[in-house]
Design a protein around this ligand. Structure first.
Ligand code: GDP
Ligand code: IMO
Ligand code: MG
Length: 430
């Protein structure tokens, strides 16, 4: 038995939450392996919409165990709020939620530092979600961080104080106001709350599940083009968002990775700053934003929108070893006469490439497009993949031939049931 991985192939917000929730009945365990509350994963069913930030998207499936792995950065305040909000809706996630003692803790001062760093960048801001992600991973790599398991130590308060003091000095050097009183009060309440949850050595738990042939799905956050190494650096997040991150973020050996499900929108979006070669600055971009309700699930910011970027998709497929593609939000392109896709980038010397180069700035790469016929059908009337209109299936086939991976699932709306699969085989675990 191996672990299947589901991850985003673009700049995040591809619809990971929806698909993890859809696939969850086929798995006993869903495990988040990186990122933190910068993620906003939306699920919709029974006429209710839920947005998850820290908790894995298997939480609404009874009996599914949800793991927050060691590669995640955890904000105890946001976690407590998220759990309490679910409890108010009649869902108690605590029994089936297991948190790695090795996950790093986001402290209130990490959030302030995130804001201070962004402010100091002036017009070079990354557009961080300001959840403290960068400063927390910085402390992790600097071997200074506090981990979830530390909250069980009798000297946790002094460990915290020591770290917070160092952060305060840094905030002073950035001349950033450090008003901590109410934040710290919330933090200590949340630490008490965290102590009551299932804090475990999650890698050992997962090894046991693997040994017992229990199906596991790893849930990625962000997207491959926000990866710390391969994304559009420095406009990236601070974790490994690719399939390799599932190994380090869960303590799983590469040979235990099974299927890699890569999910992408039928077009592209990006929230925050950074290069975005096919960005539409015109009415069409606005139309995609409106039809796709493209506003951030974490920050509410409008997402930048554009046509599908195949060099970027191709690159992400290779980085992750994707062997099944899931295409999301195809309904948003409905009723368009023509659909463009970027097939290559032209470099300043005239050469053409079909991958993401080191430098993605506008004056370095010029996208080259191909136009395909659009489609127009009642998206709620189709219940089988093969009933999709010809021009839709042509679009699917064009992408499949370009990246050489089959598209086995298409999503035609935000709801759990607005999902078509090519064949039941995609639900097989290994
Ligand atoms: P995630 O971060 O990858 O989980 O994605 P988000 O939740 O941030 O953003 C995806 C948005 O698209 C959410 O509002 C979903 O409800 C919505 N969504 C997901 N799949 C579809 C789809 O096929 N069609 C439409 N119209 N919306 C979708
Ligand atoms: P999900 O899991 C989209 C973006 C931010 C910013 C950059 C760095 O919902 O797909 P950070 O807060 O990590 O320091 O921000 O990364 N970003 C996301 N964009 N979806 C996300 O997560 C994102 N998480 C971070 O907008 O540009
Ligand atoms: Mg999101």
């Amino acid at each position: 038995m191996s672990i299947n991985v589901l991850l985003g192939l673009q700049w995040g917000d591809e619809g990971k939450g929806k698909v993890v929730d859809y696939l969850a009945p086929n798995y006993n365990v869903i495990a988040r392996f990186q990122g933190g509350p910068n993620a906003g994963h939306t699920l919709e069913f029974d006429d209710t919409k839920h947005v998850l930030h820290q908790i894995p998207s298997g939480v609404f499936r009874s009996g599914t165990k949800n793991i927050i792995g060691n590669g995640v950065v955890l904000d105890p305040i946001i976690l407590q709020r998220e759990i309490e909000a679910l409890q108010q809706k009649g869902v108690d996630p605590t029994e089936n939620l297991f948190i790695s003692k090795k996950a790093q803790l986001i402290l209130p001062t990490h959030r302030l530092l995130d804001a201070a760093y962004e402010q100091s960048k002036g017009d070079k801001k990354i557009g961080s979600t300001l959840k403290g992600i960068g400063p927390t991973y910085q402390d992790k790599i600097g071997r200074l961080g506090l981990r979830v398991g530390d909250v069980l130590r009798e000297d946790f308060a002094s460990l915290y104080k020591h770290r917070a003091e160092a952060h305060k000095k840094k905030l002073d050097s950035y001349q950033y106001p450090c008003e901590l009183e109410s934040l710290e009060q919330e933090f200590w309440e949340a630490i008490d709350f965290l102590r009551q949850l299932n804090l475990i050595d999650s890698e050992i738990y997962l090894h046991d599940q693997l040994a017992n042939n229990i199906p596991i799905l790893a849930e990625g956050a962000q997207g491959s083009l926000l990866d710390i190494d391969f994304g559009s650096y420095p406009f990236v997040t601070s974790s490994t968002t690719t399939a390799a991150g599932a190994c380090t973020g869960l303590g799983i050996a590469p040979r235990h990775i099974g299927e890699v499900f890569g999910i992408f929108k039928a077009y592209c979006t990006r929230v925050g700053a950074g290069p975005f070669p096919t960005e539409l600055h015109d009415a069409l971009g606005e139309e995609l934003r409106k039809k796709g309700s493209e506003f951030g699930a974490t920050t509410g910011r409008p997402r930048r929108c554009c046509w599908l970027d195949l060099p970027a998709l191709n690159y992400a497929v290779k980085l992750n070893g994707v062997n099944q593609l899931f295409m999301m939000k195809a309904d948003v392109l409905n009723e368009m006469d023509e659909i463009s896709v970027c097939t290559h980038y032209q470099l300043s010397d005239g050469s053409k490439i079909d991958y993401i180069p080191h430098d993605l700035r506008d004056n370095v790469v010029t996208p080259i497009y191909k136009t395909l016929p659009g489609w127009d059908f009642d998206v709620n009337s189709v219940s089988h993949f093969s009933d999709l209109p010809e021009s839709f299936l042509n679009y699917v086939q064009f992408i499949e031939e370009f990246v050489k991976v089959p598209i086995n699932l298409v999503s035609l709306g935000p709801k759990r049931l607005q999902t078509l699969i090519k064949a039941e085989t995609i639900l097989a675990n290994n």
